[in-house]
Design a protein around this ligand. Structure first.
Ligand SMILES: [Zn+2]
Length: 434
């Protein structure tokens, strides 16, 4: 069982009162939502059965039957081809497309989008719905000889969830067992990418506790929301992160005491993928590892895996030698230099002298030069001296701004308290099962 955080008691007291406020707030929200739904569905309810007009008597239906057409966008479709396929008038097409700025969005339709058309008795388009996803719809209503476009944004309901995972083979498989998809695993890894090398440093027995949102629309689960708070235990070291959205709406992850998760250098300059994580189980050892002093780290990864700039910097070398193959050297400020060897190719547009941002793609894994298999050989130098990038002390990034600190504490107390509470419940459950 992990040692409880020293601030936990304080946080828990503060958290408890917030939990009460939050839960009651959520209940109110749900009730308000239910009320809205009830109101909205009111006018559509069929009129009460009339004894004087039994169903056997044929009578004109209250609503004129308007043929409703559903048209999913197919590969290569434009709105024009969809209109033709469904026998809709060219004139109506012109009218919806010219219905202001929202009409312009019809120029870039994609498979996965969907249209719904409603026509009157004469076959004229009177209403068109353009669904760009589960949360985004644009509706076009005919008003005489023009169409009025309105954007309908659906607000999903958010449910807070907690999961505890233990890694046996890989982070991906641990997530999969919990019903968390690959994209979720990658987001989790991204939060800790400045502290943990997810390609080389993950071990069986590493574990995580994660508090996150799930999004629902009309009681249907539509996906994951934000990761709110998370703890990752890597080889016995405990890392915690909490999501905080600052006054400008910019969201980042911080440690519970407000230190930035972001640092000047990434731990691993290779994109972590499901393939590379499996690939590494069969590590390749470069030929010269045993015969020459090895001053870098080798990341075995499939050819073509993205190589990222470890930090903000400038390209000082982009070249090819018999030993290094295609390689890049980046300069970061006065003191730091990073080198990337054996690349299959360089990123397009990369030139000597250009500046690069942290995590920007600079090249792709290959096996050029002296290499027995595809891998990235990575070197990290401080003042011209090779250092181990996985253990070297790195310059700290800006902590939470003083002006934001109070708000940070207020906003993060609840998710942190909820994470701790869930952790202790799950620990009890595990102990009970033993
Ligand atoms: Zn190497």
């Amino acid at each position: 069982m992990a040692l409880p955080n020293r601030h936990l008691v304080l946080v828990a007291v503060l958290g408890l009162s917030l939990v009460v406020a939050w839960v009651s707030g959520r209940l109110l929200d749900q009730r308000a939502n239910a009320a809205n739904v009830a109101q909205a569905s009111e006018p559509e309810r069929p009129p009460p059965a009339n004894i004087a007009a039994p169903t056997a008597t044929p009578s004109a239906p209250a609503e004129p039957s308007r043929p409703l057409l559903r048209a999913p966008v197919r590969r290569g479709d434009s709105l024009s081809t969809i209109f033709q396929r469904h026998g809709l008038a060219e004139r109506d097409l012109q009218l919806v497309v010219s219905s202001g700025p929202l009409g312009k969005r019809l120029r870039t339709i994609h498979p996965g989008h969907e249209f719904e058309f409603e026509r009157d008795e004469n076959g004229n388009l009177v209403h068109m719905k353009y669904r760009l996803g589960q949360l985004d719809t644009v509706e076009f209503d005919r008003v005489g000889e023009v169409f009025k476009a309105t954007q309908v944004a659906h607000q999903p309901d958010l449910l807070t969830r907690y999961k505890h995972g233990v890694i046996k083979q890989s982070l991906f498989l641990a997530c999969q067992r919990l019903g968390l998809d690959d994209a979720f695993a990658l987001r989790l890894a991204e939060i800790f990418q400045w502290d943990i090398d997810f390609i080389l440093d993950i071990r069986a027995g590493d574990e995580f506790h994660v508090l996150f949102q799930e999004r629902f629309l009309n009681d249907e689960r539509i996906g994951f929301g934000h990761i709110l708070a998370v703890e990752f235990v890597n080889q016995g070291d405990v890392y915690q992160a909490v999501r905080y959205e600052d006054a400008t709406g910019h969201a980042r992850y911080f440690t519970p005491d407000g230190r930035n998760m972001q640092k000047a250098f990434l731990r691993a300059p290779v994109t972590f993928t499901r393939i590379s994580s499996n690939f590494n189980l069969r590590r390749v050892h470069p030929l010269w590892k045993s015969s020459m002093p090895h001053r870098g780290i080798d990341y075995a990864a499939p050819t073509g895996t993205t190589v990222k700039a470890a930090g903000d910097g400038r390209v000082v070398t982009m070249s090819k030698t018999a030993a290094n193959g295609r390689y890049i050297v980046l300069q970061h400020g006065q003191r730091y230099q990073t080198k990337y060897l054996h690349l299959s190719r360089f990123a397009r547009d990369l030139r000597v002298g250009k500046t690069v941002r942290q995590a920007q793609t600079i090249g792709y894994v290959g096996a050029t030069g002296w290499a027995t298999g595809p891998h990235l050989h990575y070197e990290f130098l401080v003042d011209g001296v090779h250092k181990n990038p996985r253990t070297v002390d790195l310059p700290a990034a800006e902590p939470i701004a003083e002006a934001e600190r109070r708000n940070f504490q207020l906003k993060t107390a609840l998710p942190l308290a909820e994470l701790e509470r869930s952790k202790s419940t799950s620990d009890l459950a595990v102990e009970a099962a033993r």
